[in-house]
Ligand binder design. Structure first.
Ligand code: SAM
Length: 228
């Protein structure tokens, strides 16, 4: 097992097993087609994926952490949702996704794509687009450099290697600007009219969920992609 997987296995084992689905998942699911095929990239222990499955969608869960995926499978079994989920242990740093082209109505990724330098993130954007069916949509949030509190916390635990790329020991965390993300999406082959990049604020108050900094709200960047 490599160091990155051990790091995320350890981190995943600290997440409460009864973590609530996120406000982002609850809000975005309202736009999903009925009985959609969803890919949840960096799904963690599956709180959002299982919320989607409980709504009747089929979900492909992708994460590097086998601990997280095992927790998701166990929770799915308890909730009698096993037939609606499929798990894939995969390191997204390889820049490839283990699913066939045009196989997902929705690609969803919450707080999991800010761990990759721009070259890999560009490859992942291109892979996300490849997976989408025609008229399919991707809903993505990542951490933003516009969140002053989170940035202060990040600067206290890491060193900035280059604009938007931070190193916490050996581990990469990114806070790309909207302009940097637009450049990557274009480099991934996505035309301007196929994506939007926006500010999105997510609130944690009253949720069995939290971020390491302990902040009650996050100022995020949302990336929405629509395949024509
Ligand atoms: C902050 S958690 C977010 C989990 C979940 N999406 C949520 O909203 O609670 C980040 C997730 O990304 C996964 N992850 C980080 N780096 C990864 C990589 N290189 N390949 C695959 N998954 C990765 C971690 O294992 C973790 O489950």
């Amino acid at each position: 097992m490599d160091d990155l997987q051990s790091y995320w296995d350890k981190s995943s084992s600290t997440i409460p097993t009864d973590k609530d689905p996120s406000n982002y998942a609850i809000e975005k699911e309202k736009n999903f087609p009925k009985s959609a095929v969803i890919c949840d990239l960096g799904c963690g222990s599956g709180a959002d994926s299982l919320f989607f499955a409980a709504k009747g969608h089929s979900v492909k869960l992708i994460d590097i952490s086998e601990v997280a995926l095992e927790r998701a499978r166990t929770a799915a079994e308890k909730q009698k949702l096993s037939s609606l989920i499929e798990t894939f242990q995969c390191n997204l740093s390889d820049g490839r996704l283990p699913l066939v082209s045009s196989s997902c109505d929705v690609v969803y990724s919450r707080l999991a794509l800010h761990y990759f330098r721009s070259d890999i993130l560009t490859q992942l954007f291109s892979e996300i687009y490849r997976l989408l069916t025609p008229a399919g949509n991707a809903y993505i949030t990542i951490k933003s450099p516009d969140d002053a509190q989170e940035m202060a916390f990040l600067r206290s635990t890491s060193d900035e290697e280059q604009e938007g790329v931070f190193l916490e020991g050996d581990y990469v965390k990114t806070r790309f600007t909207q302009d940097q993300l637009k450049t990557m999406l274009n480099a991934a082959g996505l035309a301007d009219k196929t994506f939007q990049i926006k500010k999105y604020v997510e609130y944690f108050t009253g949720k069995k969920d939290k971020v390491k900094s302990g902040n009650a709200e996050l100022v995020l960047t949302e990336i929405l992609i629509t395949k024509p």
